[in-house]
Design a protein around this ligand. Structure first.
Ligand code: CAO
Length: 415
């Protein structure tokens, strides 16, 4: 079966996490992704957080599936020529170097346009134009600058970063959408264009509801669904809301049976208004369904702490899975707190290809997260990440270099 991006060639100049997330998705959709790395070293993540000596780390392998790897010294004059040949034969150049690095290599937007006017140049940077545009940025910096950290955690504690890599993987995802959109526009205009996804912007986009709340706060001085209401204090900025759920459907994380020893024996419980009577029945507080102090969402808001404490008395008598089963019967929205171990072992995620076991020549078998976006006409096959420079000769031959020229370039240190 064909793939959605069959025929699209990507010059992948990405490293670490944000850029590689993007190009991996494009590769899963069928693009030919040629990852350019520095000879001898490669993407720095190959050697970061290694669990097996001298073997590509899981950090690298899990972000670089379905790609080919070529090693080129892009600061060597002959290496630059090879890169020019690649620019002329690819549709998209994706990069997430520090600001200015591509220009310093000699590959300005103008130069790339000269070489290939159809080329789409897609970049991840920490910040867009402005006071921080020259800064190098990693995941947690973006989470802090994009509004996630100031709105995450508990009111009486410091800002907290989230385990979800919204700065890196989140921005890679934004960039991938920009690239396919630019490819689509190119079918009309015939021209390439620049695509920029700044990590601060990507995080802020995911924190959209918090900017909504900032304006609500400024208008009304409070937000009733936040745990600060009615007893705590609201300041000038959106506060940290602990585990409260927004959107007017109060929720909280509650202990389940075994919580004393299992750090993940918890459930997320939402007291959705239409099922309030059912919740009262399940937890044995039938009288709350008609008691004016509890019967309506507005009446419940100032009592949420006590209400969740009462519900927790019930959830603590059940495991999170038992509670799920019972609550689902009544359409009460809830979710178990799943550990990574539980997720890794979940058969249904294996079946859908969301968790995939991959074999690697030096590492052996490992688990990865497959393509979370499922296309019915473009199924994803997850193939192992390339070894450093594994496809240099293959790609050079495709570019028209003879075996002798390849040897000469290697001798010159260009590849
Ligand atoms: N041959 C020769 N030189 C190469 C090369 C190659 N194949 N590939 C890269 N280089 C050079 C670059 O040209 C650059 O050289 P100069 O500094 O002389 O211009 C140099 O390698 C280092 O690139 P870098 O500055 O991007 O790398 P770093 O490790 O210092 O910084 C990072 C890493 C991620 C902080 C920075 O790249 C960045 O801010 N990127 C944008 C934001 C981003 O994506 N952050 C998320 C990363 S995932 O957490």
């Amino acid at each position: 079966m064909g793939k959605a991006l069959d025929g699209v060639r990507i010059l992948d100049f990405t490293h670490v996490q944000s850029g590689p997330t993007c190009t991996q998705l494009l590769a899963w959709f069928g693009a030919d992704v040629i990852k350019v790395e520095r000879a001898g070293a490669g993407d720095i993540t190959r050697e970061q957080l290694r669990d097996i000596p001298d073997v590509d780390s899981l950090y690298f392998t899990m972000l670089n599936h379905n790609k080919r790897s070529v090693t080129i010294d892009t600061k060597n004059p002959e290496g630059k020529q090879v890169l020019e040949a690649l620019i002329q034969t690819c549709d998209v150049l994706v990069e997430n170097f520090a600001p200015g690095a591509l220009d310093r290599m000699g590959f300005t937007w103008e130069r790339i346009q000269e070489l290939n006017p159809r080329m789409i140049v897609a970049s991840v940077k920490g910040f867009g134009p402005g006071p921080y545009e020259d800064c190098k940025v990693y995941e947690n910096v973006a989470q802090c600058a994009g509004g996630a950290a100031s709105t995450t955690g508990f009111d009486d504690g410091p800002p907290v970063v989230t385990g979800a890599q919204i700065g890196d993987s989140g921005t890679g995802l934004h960039l991938a959408l920009g690239i396919v959109t630019a490819l689509f526009q190119r079918t009309q205009t015939g021209r390439g264009q620049r695509v920029l996804a700044a990590m601060q912007d990507g995080v802020l986009n995911l924190c959209r509801v918090k900017l909504r709340d900032q304006q609500r706060l400024e208008r009304t001085g409070m937000m009733k669904e936040y745990p600060q209401y009615p007893n705590g204090e609201f300041g000038e900025a959106v506060p940290r809301a602990g585990n409260a759920s927004g959107g007017g459907q109060p929720g909280w994380i509650l202990k389940c049976k075994g919580w004393e020893t299992d750090p993940n024996a918890y459930i997320y419980f939402i007291t959705q208004a239409p099922v309030w009577a059912k919740i009262c029945n399940v937890i044995g507080k039938e009288e709350w369904a008609t008691d004016p102090d509890y019967a309506t969402p507005a009446a419940r808001l100032p009592r949420l702490k006590d209400i969740f404490a009462e519900i927790e008395r019930w959830t603590m008598t059940k495991t999170k899975f038992e509670a799920m089963q019972i609550l689902n019967k009544y359409d009460i929205p809830c979710g178990p707190i799943l550990s990574m171990k539980e997720i890794a072992e979940e058969p249904s995620l294996r079946k859908t290809g969301t968790i995939v076991e991959v074999d690697h020549p030096t590492r052996g078998k490992y688990l990865t997260v497959g393509n979370p976006i499922k296309l019915s006409d473009s199924p994803t096959e997850v193939r192992r990440s390339p070894l450093l420079g594994e496809h240099t000769d293959e790609v050079m031959a495709e570019l028209g270099y003879s075996p002798e020229q390849i040897i000469a370039l290697r001798t010159a240190g260009a590849i």
